[in-house]
Ligand binder design. Structure first.
Ligand code: UDX
Length: 433
């Protein structure tokens, strides 16, 4: 059954949610206070690079099922169900900054005149719903009835639309039958597996899922260190353990460490709320430690191959924290480049999508942005693969070798076969093999 839905926030999660709900047949208002962003969206342009998203925005605008506005009042008036999908960035101490969530809750309370279901979509620490409820109660000028629900989003950047429309599961945390019925109706078109829980469980499921996935990555990264020392191949090991259905092969790819706006921030926020609740979740601190170590080990690998880095030119292929996105937030490339520059290396970079965003990052101001991987290779003493873009898997390596000053490739994502690279005459090192 089509519903009138408002989504507050037009970031990765909010915009994808709004566009996908409109695709699913609902009438959606998407509110964001950023006027520039809304202006762009009204013209059918997506402010972020995400496969399929702009097409859905255009389709929604054309059909009239997707409207963008900066006016919160309009958003509240229009819909019975309001999703909060604003940012929850980390504070200095790792705690989630929930001031945008509070702002939205206050605005909803202030403008609502009849029943509303307010749904947490952003990743928030467990028990946030209690604060949202309290704030709405405080500002509920017209004394309108309302429910709170939690419906965490598990989409990945780069495949956000696909993940949203074909989820492994939909989690619905509710405390009333009415809220449950509304959310089940909204998600009905997806025919997905739905799990209905209480509000705290739903909030916790999101933090626990991200922490578990990050732990899997740090685990295999730690194993990769042992593999190198023992002469094992981490990809064989990952396959071997991944064949156990209790473990699974996914998220066991070693690399230069995880980045992005979710894992690092959600781990810190989860550790912080755990402490507040009286439990020191040390395991998660170690997950972060291994992740930081992975970037340093990568730089060390370059140093061990080239000896002194001072004055040498290192070419970086890939800047975004993973392929198919232009997102540079918490990208390992930033730290890796910082460490290399500290050693006196000159840096050339290329990324298929993230260069515009990378140019705005202070730490990357003095690097040379190149038009393609071959320009990066020209005169370089080493190429470091930091993001596994498809484009890099199909490079003309003979040409690359000719262009480089010395044919050294340090592959932080294991996109090449060591034997083949050695045969071609490269000094080649991958991760854990
Ligand atoms: C993640 C979760 O997957 C998603 O469910 C949640 O909603 C948001 O956070 P995202 O940050 O978009 O999604 O990317 P993801 O594909 O999970 O990758 C995160 C990081 O882990 C990337 O830096 C990636 O390179 C790294 N990674 C992932 C590995 O190093 N190895 C792997 O095996 C998998």
């Amino acid at each position: 059954m089509p519903h009138n839905i408002t989504v507050v926030g037009a970031g990765y999660v909010g915009l994808t949610t709004a566009a996908c709900f409109s695709k699913m047949g609902h009438k959606v208002v998407c509110v964001d206070k950023d006027e520039k962003k809304i202006k762009l969206l009204k013209k059918g342009k997506s402010p972020i690079y995400e496969p399929g998203l702009e097409e859905l925005v255009k389709e929604g605008l054309r059909k009239g099922s997707l409207v963008f506005t900066t006016e919160m009042e309009k958003g509240v008036k229009n819909s019975t169900v309001i999703f909060i999908a604003v940012g929850t960035p980390p504070k200095e101490n790792g705690e989630a900054d929930l001031s945008s969530v509070e702002d939205v809750a206050r605005n909803i309370g202030y403008h609502m005149k009849e029943y509303k279901l307010i749904v947490e979509k952003s990743t928030v620490p467990v028990r946030t719903y209690q604060w949202i409820r309290r704030i709405i109660q405080m500002y509920n000028k017209y004394n309108a009835p309302f429910d709170i629900a939690c419906n965490p989003e598990f989409l990945r950047e780069g495949s956000a639309v696909k993940d949203f429309l074909h989820p492994d599961r939909v989690i619905i945390g509710v405390e009333s039958e009415k809220a449950k019925k509304l959310l089940l109706e909204i998600y009905e078109p997806l025919h997905a597996k739905v799990l209905v829980t209480n509000l705290s469980s739903a909030e916790l499921i999101k933090h626990a899922s991200n922490a578990f996935l990050a732990m899997k990555i740090s685990f295999i990264n730690a194993v990769s260190v042992i593999c190198e020392k023992a002469g094992a191949d981490v990809l064989e090991v990952a396959e071997g353990i991944g064949l156990d259905r209790r473990i699974g092969r996914e998220f066991l790819n070693p690399g230069v460490g995880f980045g992005g706006f979710c894992f690092p921030k959600d781990l810190s926020a989860f550790m912080h709320i755990s402490k507040e609740l009286g439990y020191d979740f040390k395991l998660l601190q170690e997950v972060l430690n291994i992740n930081e170590g992975q970037k340093l080990r990568f730089v060390k690998k370059i140093k061990e191959t080239l000896w002194n880095l001072n004055g040498k030119t290192i070419g970086i292929l890939g800047l975004s924290f993973k392929p198919n996105t232009d997102d540079m937030r918490f990208a390992p490339s930033i730290d890796i480049i910082y460490y290399l520059k500290n050693e006196g290396a000159k840096i050339k970079v290329y990324d298929p999508q993230a260069m515009e965003k990378a140019k705005r990052i202070d730490a990357l101001k003095d690097v040379k942005f190149c038009k393609n991987p071959y320009e990066v290779a020209k005169g370089s003493d080493c190429i470091a693969i930091v993001t596994e873009w498809e484009e890099f898997k199909n490079l003309d390596l003979t040409k690359i070798k000719k262009l480089m000053r010395v044919p050294v490739i340090i592959d932080g994502r294991n996109i090449y076969e060591p034997e083949k690279m050695k045969k071609m005459g490269f000094f080649y090192k991958g991760i854990g093999r």
